[in-house]
Design a protein around this ligand. Structure first.
Ligand SMILES: [Fe+2]
Ligand SMILES: [Fe+2]
Length: 351
């Protein structure tokens, strides 16, 4: 800012003081506007919007401290210098405490003191303005960057959804009898998780794990999967490897959730009767316990090459009869309360 453009308001009830200050500062290149009392000073301040204010402390009607407190509220960024003839230190302290930027004693013996006070306050105001502008610029940059990150996160999430969907379809392409099984398990498991009031992140994790839980079946010979009669013990043993194979396929993908571990554990049972590790109770991930229930309900409700559908009711009986034994109690309860609330919708999903 060039000094010629800087406007200073001088408020003083003594004409001679105003003139002395104005003459001196005009010579220094400032624009000066004057007011003969506090009330007029505030009006001139509002209309002229000066860059700095010099205000006399002792004035009739409205004293300098009152003017100071009004101007500080209206424009805290405008430097105000208190000018006082009393020369009492207490006045200076009071003025500074109330928001004055500096204090000059009258009569001003050496005008360089005034010049110094004006320059120092203007410089401080300039630094504050620059600092504010810099902060605003930084905040704007942070806002823009945050938006970019959110957008790219949303794109990544959408790509991840597509990849999971494609992997899921790939598995089921080889096994048309279980087509849509993973999708339905995923939907049912996510609904159970929702009923259990899990976080949206955990629900997403369960939804993804549900869609991929049988991915290991890609290594099981197709004829085993579509065999119209009951499987031999050795064939069952091969099929049972699918959860460990699924884990191997997924373990190197850096999902933000334990998808591979959930897939590994989806045939584990609370009482240790599951596979592949025979885990029990708390050693099984909650996500896997939920998918286990959704998996059993969906599988029993669907037709299989070796048997027709057993029906949703039979599936629910299986969970009811083994709640707290094979299946997690709170997950089972969430399933039942879900069926109470959304019976029709769930039958539509499963049949
Ligand atoms: Fe499975
Ligand atoms: Fe399954």
């Amino acid at each position: 800012m060039s000094s010629k453009k800087i406007k200073i308001l001088s408020i003083d009830d003594e004409y001679i003081i105003r003139e002395t200050i104005s003459d001196y500062l005009e010579d220094k290149g400032y624009d000066i506007v004057e007011a003969e009392n506090g009330r007029v000073g505030i009006e001139v301040f509002r209309s002229e919007k000066p860059d700095l204010v010099l205000v006399d402390l002792r004035m009739p009607e409205m004293d300098g401290l009152e003017v100071l407190s009004i101007l500080c509220k209206e424009s805290p960024q405008t430097p105000i210098i208190m000018v006082s003839g009393t020369g009492i230190l207490q006045d200076a302290i009071e003025a500074i405490r109330k928001g004055a930027w500096d204090y000059v004693s009258k009569p001003i013996q050496d005008m360089a003191v005034l010049d110094y006070a004006v320059n120092r306050s203007l410089e401080r105001a300039r630094l504050i303005r620059e600092n504010d502008a810099y902060k605003e610029h930084l905040e704007e940059k942070v806002r823009l960057r945050t938006k970019e990150i959110e957008k790219s996160n949303a794109q990544l999430r959408s790509t991840l959804e597509d990849i999971v969907e494609s992997l899921s379809i790939l598995t089921e392409k080889r096994d048309p009898y279980t087509s849509g099984h993973q999708k339905r398990v995923s939907v049912l498991a996510a609904l159970i998780a929702q009923e259990m009031n899990l976080s949206s992140e955990q629900i997403t994790a369960i939804r993804f794990a549900g869609q991929l839980h049988d991915i290991g079946k890609i290594y099981v010979p197709a004829e085993f999967l579509s065999k119209p009669t009951r499987l031999e013990e050795e064939e069952m043993a091969v099929i049972r490897k699918h959860s460990a194979i699924g884990y191997d396929i997924l373990k190197n993908i850096q999902f933000p959730w334990p998808i591979a571990e959930t897939v590994l554990q989806h045939h584990e049972r609370m009482d240790g009767s599951g596979y592949p590790q025979g885990l029990t109770k708390d050693s099984i991930l909650l996500d896997a316990k939920i998918i286990a229930i959704a998996d059993v309900v969906e599988a029993m409700s669907s037709h299989r090459p070796y048997r027709p559908s057993l029906g949703v009711e039979r599936a629910l009986d299986e969970i009811k009869n083994n709640k707290g034994k094979r299946y997690c109690t709170s997950c089972s309860d969430a399933l039942f309360s879900l069926f109470e609330k959304k019976r029709e919708k769930l039958f539509d999903l499963l049949i």
